[in-house]
Design a protein around this ligand. Structure first.
Ligand SMILES: [Zn+2]
Length: 450
């Protein structure tokens, strides 16, 4: 009965929901610099019309987090919905088919714009779920908390992390959903129970500058970097072996639920190397050299070279052993001194390592035992009329702040949109995917709290 009531309410108000979603896309919250407060104010206004109180917590220059509660008290079960308001900058706008802030609707089927997939669709759907539950006056106990956050695209320390360390500290949710886009075309949606982490290290080699007439008088920092890079694979022998939460075969089996049979998945994997590489990446610690900078003039032996390495960490993998492993590699395998400060004497040859960015990996270990998760699965299947599959998310996200350190270990990621279009030019979302996500968030909250 309630299910029909909820689904009918959503079908009858589609246009209004789509307009609210488009308004979020049209609101600039490119990060950097952020400007998430613009989005928070629109959410606040929308919720206010439904008599839902929300609080905005401003910081920095026009930045903010927002928290809203469905009810007043905290007796009973607590459900937390988390979505980020910031989006990555559009890059060259000329390359976009439709302007990134236009939220253009195409063939009544797609919405184009920055943030359509990552993740103003998921965020809008969560806000709308709150509104529907209030409007329908369904009898529920416990409470639903909406946390619209800033700063996700730059690590989340001022967003999700700040909220759970401050305003939400005394409230312990029993279950949480982060609405990142979880479709990986051509597959159905996944329900993510974990993800790898990310560590970006800047390596700076310091050599000795000289005229290129007599290169032997100096020490070429680019050559130094080259030696380190050539030996980078050796880091594996300096860091503890970590078992991935799922093997390649286990991940394949989880993914096969999305297909008529395991054989059908095998066929797709053989045709599409992309999916095979996703599976491969999720079962290992990976390293990529992404930026290299060095040299100032064509007749000067350079004394400085910088390189960025993007490490992706498996759940349970920690940052310190990786930094120590890299240090060992440089000192023992290559033979350069690694200093703990960036400056040395003018004639000093050394290497400095800078920790540029870090997001922890995370994983919900007991996911298989959870009846709540099974209920969630059933609701996704009903709303989308297709089977989702349990999986790991290919990128890092705010889920680690929620799962790790015991705040809410039972955190999942599920949201409308296809991961492949996130952060890309012509980012877009299927309208039906967005509508179905509203159904999932609303019905699940009702079932969880009733
Ligand atoms: Zn995102």
């Amino acid at each position: 009965m309630s299910e029909e009531l909820i689904f009918n309410e959503i079908e009858n108000n589609r246009d209004e929901y789509i307009e609210f979603f488009r308004e979020l896309i049209q609101t600039d919250s490119y990060n950097p610099p952020g400007n998430e407060k613009n989005v928070a104010l629109i959410i606040k206004k929308y919720l206010k019309k439904s008599n839902i109180k929300s609080d905005i917590f401003p910081f920095g220059d026009n930045r903010a987090n927002l928290i809203a509660y469905l009810k007043d008290g905290f007796d009973g079960r607590i459900l937390l919905y988390n979505g980020h308001m910031d989006v990555v900058p559009p890059g060259n706008e000329e390359e976009w088919k439709y302007p990134p802030l236009s939220a253009t609707i195409k063939r009544k089927k797609y919405i184009y714009g920055r943030g359509s997939t990552d993740m103003k669709g998921g965020l809008a759907a969560m806000v709308i779920a709150l509104k529907i539950l209030k409007k329908l006056e369904l009898e529920i106990s416990g409470n639903l908390i909406l946390n619209a956050v800033a700063d996700e695209e730059t690590g989340g320390n001022y967003g999700t992390k700040w909220c759970i360390d401050n305003e939400l500290k005394s409230i312990k949710p029993h279950f949480a959903i982060v609405s990142e886009p979880t479709r990986l075309k051509p597959l159905t949606h996944c329900i993510s129970v974990g993800e790898r982490g990310r560590l970006v290290i800047k390596i700076i080699t310091n050599g000795i500058s000289t005229h290129s007439n007599w290169p032997f008088m100096g020490k070429n920092a680019i050559y130094m970097m080259s030696e380190i890079i050539q030996n980078l694979e050796k880091i594996d022998k300096h860091i503890p072996k970590i078992k991935p939460p799922f093997s390649f075969e286990e991940l394949k089996k989880l993914m096969s639920v999305s297909f008529p049979s395991l054989e059908a998945l095998e066929r797709v994997l053989n045709e599409q190397s992309f999916l095979k590489n996703v599976l491969k990446a999720l079962t290992q610690f990976t390293k990529s050299l992404t930026i290299i900078k060095g040299g100032i003039k064509d007749n000067v032996v350079p004394d400085k070279c910088e390189a960025y390495i993007d490490f992706r960490l498996l759940p349970d993998q920690k940052i310190e052993p990786i930094i120590n492993g890299l240090k060992k590699l440089i000192e023992e395998d290559v033979g350069y001194n690694v200093k703990s400060e960036p400056v040395g004497d003018p004639e000093e040859v050394f290497v400095y390592l800078e920790n540029v960015q870090y997001s922890e990996p995370s994983f919900w270990k007991d996911w298989k035992k959870s009846s709540t998760l099974k209920n969630f699965y059933g609701i996704v299947e009903k709303a989308y009329n297709e089977k989702p599959y349990y999986f790991l998310f290919p990128a890092s996200a705010d889920t680690s702040h929620l799962r790790n350190d015991g705040y809410c270990p039972e955190t999942i990621m599920f949201g409308p949109g296809s991961g492949a279009t996130a952060h890309s030019t012509d980012e877009n979302i299927e309208i039906e995917d967005f509508i179905n996500a509203i159904k999932v968030y609303t019905l699940f909250a009702y079932e969880f709290l009733k």
